[in-house]
Design a protein around this ligand. Structure first.
Ligand code: PLZ
Length: 448
């Protein structure tokens, strides 16, 4: 087998066959007999190479990537610096298990996390492989540090697919259906969803209303942690009203509960800052990160106040693969790229391009209820014209029309009606404009 050549932005969007093409269809037929049905794929074209904001499938079709592997490849897919660091590390050693014999890369990643996460306080980190694992461990820390049991989460939350994190996540179908029972002591409060909240409801008031019920039903003194996504990701790229998260942070401080920010999707420059908490002016006690940290290799982290993290006994954290040396090497290279290329600024430029074009589109199509988000995390909520009733079918049709023209994006949200723009932060402006042209043409055919 010959190695596939890499993808360059000069190639652009290009369709060589019908989609999916014959070779993808062949593999897809094999898949039906080998891969469990519960594992879906939004666009069953089988990828051969990716990079520079493009994905190329094995039939030679090239798509503009507005997904970044679900918010992971911010620094680009197969980013050259990440590839080089991984190759160098893989050739030296692939694994020892940090619990057995440690290595420097793990320590260096934790040092970077201490520097980059919000707040100047002393911090400690522990590394894991997946986002769900990071959230689970954040919950363990919060319980150990406070001696309390109750964990508070928001409506529309998404925190993962392990049993604990499914319990923390809000949406039943398809995530939770049939998989219960979930763990006790999880309490859900209303999120701030400005597009759907009563008009004029301030962020502070929304938080106060939610917390007042919580105090009555659970009691502030029993809450170990409130877990929030500073921008709700799978819930629909929901930016809380200003003041909502600061009010929750104040409540936590007052009641001795810990504020855990799940920055797994919003972290590492995605929203135009290193972490989205910065936009809200909150300093979480614990930050969970993953996805964008390592340019595509599985790495996740829990970073928190030193005294909180060190409430966990020696040996209380672990896992065979957590902080794998190859993933750590990738993270150090990816973080270096984010710093040197100032990818937070790149995300802010992407925000400008996306929101100006999308708002212009919104002024012409009543089906666009709202354009929202920060940085390179932008959502477009589709509704039935003249109402706020979600329009998931339209979102699906728009996305399919884009796929057919070589633009890869997904829908997201509790109601499945939000178009999700999550491009690599290194995407070329021309690719972004081309993708927006395609979107516009799709609306011209489908929208109203
Ligand atoms: N917290 C905020 O966005 C993962 C889910 C994809 P893992 N989001 C993509 C799917 O359908 O499974 C996510 C997230 C936030 C936690 C997670 C979980 O991270 O690495 O998928 O475990």
């Amino acid at each position: 087998m010959t190695a596939p050549s890499s993808v360059t932005p000069a190639q652009g969007r290009e369709l060589a066959t019908e989609i999916p093409g014959p070779r993808s269809q062949e593999i897809h037929a094999r898949r039906q007999k080998a891969v469990a049905r519960g594992v879906g794929s939004a666009l069953p074209v089988y990828v051969e190479a990716a990079g520079a904001g493009l994905l190329r499938d094995i039939d030679g079709n090239t798509y503009i990537d507005l997904c970044s592997g679900l918010g992971v490849t911010g620094v680009g897919n197969a980013a050259p610096d990440v590839v080089a660091a991984v190759q160098e590390q893989v050739a030296r050693f692939t694994h020892t298990c940090f619990l057995a014999t440690p290595y420097e890369g793990y320590v260096a990643v934790c040092e970077q996390l201490a520097e980059l996460t919000p707040g100047a306080h002393e911090k400690r980190s522990a590394l894991f492989s997946t986002g769900a694992e990071a959230v689970e461990n954040a919950v363990k820390v919060a319980r150990a540090a406070t001696g309390r049991a109750a964990i508070v989460v928001l409506d529309h939350a998404y925190h993962g697919r392990t049993n604990l994190t499914l319990g923390l996540s809000a949406r039943n179908m398809p995530f939770k259906q049939g998989f219960g029972p979930f763990t006790p002591e999880i309490h859900r409060i209303p999120a701030s969803y400005p597009f759907r909240d009563p008009e004029g409801l301030s962020g502070e008031q929304a938080a106060r209303d939610a917390l007042e019920v919580l105090e009555r039903q659970v009691g502030g003194e029993n809450v170990a942690a409130v877990v929030v996504e500073p921008i709700q990701g799978e819930g629909g790229f929901i930016v809380p009203a200003p003041g909502y998260l600061p009010e929750i942070a104040r409540w936590c401080a007052r009641h001795g509960a810990l504020l855990v920010a799940d920055e797994i999707q919003s972290g590492f420059c995605r929203t135009g800052a290193w972490f989205a908490s910065e936009h809200e002016g909150i300093v979480p006690d614990i930050v969970a990160s993953a996805k964008g940290i390592a340019g595509g290799l599985p790495l996740a982290a829990v970073t928190g106040r030193a005294e909180v993290m060190d409430a966990v006994q020696l040996g209380g954290f672990g896992g065979t693969y957590g902080g794998n040396p190859v993933a750590c090497a990738a993270a150090l290279a990816a973080i270096d790229v984010m710093r040197r290329q100032d990818l937070a600024a790149a995300a802010r430029r992407i925000e400008k391009i996306l929101t100006s074009r999308l708002n212009e589109l919104a002024s012409r199509y009543d089906a666009i209820g709202e354009v929202r988000g920060r940085g390179a995390m932008i959502g477009v909520e589709l509704v039935r014209p003249g109402s706020k009733e979600p329009a998931p079918e339209l979102a699906q049709r728009v996305v399919e029309a884009c796929h057919a023209k070589g633009v890869f994006l997904l829908t997201v949200g509790t109601f499945g009606n939000v178009l999700r723009f999550l491009p690599p932060l290194v995407i070329a402006e021309e690719l972004l404009s081309d993708a927006l042209d395609v979107l516009e043409q799709s609306f011209a055919r489908l929208g109203n």
